[in-house]
Design a protein around this ligand. Sequence first.
Ligand code: RUB
Length: 276
Amino acid sequence: MHPILRQIKQMKIRGAINIGLAVLDYLEDIGKNGFDEEFRKNADQAWKVRPTTVVAYNVVQAVLQNPSMKRIDEIRKSLHRINDAVPKSMCQRLRKLGKSLSVLTHCHSTEFVETMKQCKSRGMDIEVYVTETRPKMQGKITARALADAGIAVSYMVDDAEGLFMNDIDVVITGSDSIRKEGIVNKIGTMEFALLAKAFKKPFLVASSIWKIDTRKEFQIEFRPARELGFSYPGVKVLNPAFDITPWKYVSGVIVENGELRRWKDANKYVLPSGKG
Ligand code: RUB
């Protein structure tokens, strides 16, 4: 396996946009041998390494439309712009909720962390609760990044979210894919959304038009059982990496130039890959 794809598989590179950027590095590397049939075949393998995360798929489709180094570079610039545009939109949305906000999040999303930094730089008073996110503990990445940015942050076990639901103003997560069935994100996200609904708190998602998923076939990635650190004869260990939050629990999905409240709203956007 190509070293970049191996790093994606082993989650040394992770998070939807980072995976998309790494896939572009991979395409650039294999493109050095030319953009022929072999390139097309190998390009199509890239998104299958972590199949749930649609950015990788959309990036591959966009490059395959017109494969060249220039095209790869254009797409790279477009992905980099997300981490500026989406946090800006998200901050404007959050400002409507108040100047001082207590936020609950799950896992690690670059878009979420950048949003919190933007809000702070605009003078908002932000406090974040983050869950550890078993079994890979990506909550630690979020907690460290926020603390390093001078944002008040508390770290807690995954099942503590219900206890703090009364104390927070809004739940925000990242997203891997926006689909007809709902929002695909780290396993556990659906519980956050359900609790938010029960406690009448908004559930917002930081996303991007690159995450709109129009693939008919879709699979939730199941990772190796060994990541859970438990085995016993007769016990089947399940390790799904993502879940799907139905649209009825979602208050808004923030993308570059707007907000989606239902799947139908995705029709307004032509995907950069040309599909959609
Ligand atoms: C990460 C995860 C993130 C999204 C969005 O899962 O679910 O919320 O990928 O990330 P994993 P970003 O750790 O399994 O990749 O905002 O960085 O695109």
